[in-house]
Design a protein. Structure first.
Lengths: 183, 141
């Protein structure tokens, strides 16, 4: 099962996604968190430490995977619920890791990885960000980034069982139905 | 007339293609990123798509005074009349550019203002309006 959750900055998407993951896991399944940030500077170190501290009490296992999701797919099984937070980081890391910026090669590769991961586990929850409401950018890097992220969103929503747009902490269900028990 | 909006890179073009089954329907497609805006008098297809109106506004309707507003209004009405003269449909596609940080640059601000104003006019004269997110439409009129 794939759940796609997107929203603006501070729209409550991460905590909603964590809540959903815990509900899906119940008492029987394991919770996994794929962290996508690269430890680039002190500010990022602090953010990462803060997020880890928050999840510590809830039996999460953290995987730091800024790119190459396929490297960890074999570690999971049908007993696992996986939360990936967030796609915007992963996409930036993948797109800009070389100077080719090959959107049309990289987007299908990531979609394929997500599909493989989702087939392997009981539930995959993908968190992303809404960045598409200020027009089409002139700068080439930003254009390629947004173009690819838009394509990823469309592909992943097509694959997903549930797609949610968060607004001010309120979930708007754009596709599918949400399970009972999620606030 | 039909107005289709949504954020950048959300699959608006793809949705319009699928919705009107253009594989089987004769149509004309005018893209603002490539062409000047067309006038209805030389049109032969029964479905006309005008894509990227925010770009036409930026290129041809500066400095966005009342005169330009009047010109836009009469342009939209010309297409409305053309549509009503037969079994025809006009589809307008416009990118939503009104939900970012208000820009410091005065021209950038004025453009967003003009585009928002135009979309409101369009929404009122179209009989159908859809907003596309990640390839999924939400009909809002």
């Amino acid at each position: 099962m794939i759940v796609f959750i997107s929203g603006g900055v501070r729209s409550g998407k991460s905590s909603f996604a964590e809540q959903w993951a815990k509900t899906m896991a119940g008492a029987t399944h394991s919770l996994h968190y794929i962290a996508t940030a690269i430890r680039a500077d002190e500010e990022m170190e602090k953010r990462i430490a803060h997020h880890q501290q928050q999840r510590k009490h809830d039996r999460w296992q953290t995987w730091e995977q800024p790119y190459d999701l396929d490297h960890i797919i074999s570690m999971f099984s049908k007993r696992d619920i996986v939360l990936l937070d967030c796609l915007t980081n992963l996409w930036a890391n993948e797109l800009f890791r070389d100077h080719i910026w090959d959107v049309h090669g990289k987007v299908p590769r990531i979609v394929q990885q997500m599909k493989q991961l989702a087939d392997k586990v009981k539930g995959l929850i993908i968190v992303s960000n809404e960045v598409f409401y200020d027009g089409i950018p002139n700068e080439r890097g930003t254009y390629m980034y947004m173009h690819g992220l838009g394509l990823l969103h469309q592909h992943l929503v097509t694959l997903s069982d549930v797609a949610i747009l968060m607004r001010y902490g309120l979930p708007i269900v754009k596709k599918g139905r949400w399970p009972c028990g999620v606030v | 007339m039909h107005f289709v909006s949504g954020g950048a890179f959300q699959g608006k073009r793809k949705w319009v293609n699928a919705h009107y089954s253009f594989a089987h329907t004769p149509y004309s497609w005018y893209c603002a990123y490539e062409n000047m805006f067309p006038f209805p008098h030389d049109e032969t297809a029964s479905v006309v798509v005008l894509e990227g109106i925010e770009h036409w506004i930026r290129e041809y309707f500066f400095p966005y005074t009342d005169d330009e507003k009047e010109a836009i209004r009469s342009y939209m009405c010309a297409w409305k009349r053309w549509e009503q003269a037969g079994e025809r449909t006009v589809v307008w596609i416009g990118c939503d550019i009104g939900q970012g940080i208000v820009p410091i640059d005065a021209h950038e601000r004025a453009w967003r203002d003009m585009v928002g104003w135009t979309y409101q006019q369009l929404a009122s004269i179209c009989n159908r309006v859809d907003y596309v997110w990640c390839g999924i439409n939400e009909r809002i009129k």
